[in-house]
Write a protein that binds this ligand. Structure first.
Ligand code: MTE
Ligand code: MO
Length: 320
């Protein structure tokens, strides 16, 4: 009789973005074992006794026409089912642990191939452009999705302010690196800090926003406070959280998931029902809180009319 070794377990049996087929896994086995033990131990301890601050309402938000007319997910769904590996790899971990993130003071350094590099204070950024409410479909590569009323402003508003040079072809985003505030950064779960990137024309697209809130209030920590990217036609992992640096560069920058498992996560990560991830079909999705994959996934997550032209002449099977 064959006994399954852990390495024989089909990756499709695993239900989230955690990494099992990674070359780095071999190098990290020891530290992962330690991390696993600590995570288990933490789960047994009582939940932290945190005084929950009342949600801060955002004033002067205008409704945008870039909005889908679909039933919204509840605030509870959006704030308790999260991927934010800096606070743990279970969907419930960020809600339990992200209270250690300190979001004021906070700065975002905008640098690289720009005429006017500048470090923005978060409160200055919040006033850079009128705050808009936009209801977007949000789809994770794990094949679940939500409909979320984000509050933010177009990323292109910030890009125009800093005046990219002719050498700026891509934009790289970096999350905060602070193992005291982000406990999982003590372990080799991912390579820290989390980084993501867009082509400059993608970043300039009016659908790409920097979000600072949702449901009328300041962004909850677990959703990437105080400022995170939202690119609604791409898989969730492109939407990097708790950004501290935005850098304009000449060549395609490294992205965290591509670095961890290049055969699973490409640079583009456009939602595409025709190109399956090795572990999850992308043809349909589970619209939370449903338990079933009964919603058909749309090309570019339903934003094809607006964004398909960005990819004309590109083979989306190769450039996944
Ligand atoms: N810094 C950072 N950003 C991140 C992640 C992360 O682990 N760390 N997870 C990504 C993934 S896989 C998804 S699906 C979305 C989840 O966003 P949400 O929790 O607001 O729904 O955040 C993305 N941004
Ligand atoms: Mo994701």
């Amino acid at each position: 009789m064959l006994i399954k070794k852990p390495t024989d377990i089909k990756s499709s049996e695993i239900t989230d973005e955690k990494l099992y087929r990674n070359r780095r896994q071999f190098m990290l086995t020891a530290s992962a074992a330690v991390a696993g033990a600590v995570i288990t131990a933490c789960k047994k301890s009582p939940p932290p006794n945190v005084a929950t601050a009342p949600p801060q309402k955002l004033e002067g938000v205008v409704k945008s026409s870039f909005t889908v007319d679909e039933p919204l997910n509840s605030l509870k769904d959006i704030t308790t089912y999260n991927n934010f590996y800096e606070f743990g790899t279970d969907k419930s971990d960020p809600a339990a642990n992200a209270h250690t993130l300190v979001t004021r003071p906070w700065t975002v350094a905008v640098e690289g191939e720009v005429m006017k590099p500048k470090t923005f204070d978060i409160d200055e950024l919040m006033k850079l452009a009128p705050l808009e409410e936009r209801v977007y479909r949000f789809r994770c590569v794990e094949a679940w999705s939500m409909v979320i009323p984000w509050i933010g402003f177009p990323l292109n508003e910030l890009i125009k302010r800093v005046e990219p040079t002719s050498k700026a072809k891509y934009v790289q985003f970096t999350t905060l690196l602070d193992r005291n505030q982000m406990p999982e950064q003590r372990f080799g779960t991912l390579e820290w800090p989390y980084v993501e990137g867009l082509r400059l024309d993608e970043a300039m697209h009016p659908l790409a926003i920097l979000a600072v809130g949702l449901y009328g209030q300041v962004l909850p920590n677990q959703n990437g406070a105080p400022i995170r990217l939202i690119v609604p036609w791409k898989y969730g992992f492109k939407s990097i959280k708790s950004i501290v640096k935005i850098k304009f560069v000449e060549s395609q920058p490294m992205t965290t998931w591509n670095l961890m498992a290049a055969d699973e996560y490409g640079f583009y990560a456009n939602v595409n029902p025709e190109v399956s991830h090795p572990r999850w079909s992308q043809a349909s999705e589970r619209r939370l809180p449903s338990l079933f994959k009964s919603t058909k996934t749309l090309m570019f997550n339903g934003y094809a009319d607006q964004v398909a032209s960005l990819y004309s002449g590109i083979d989306l099977r190769k450039n996944y």
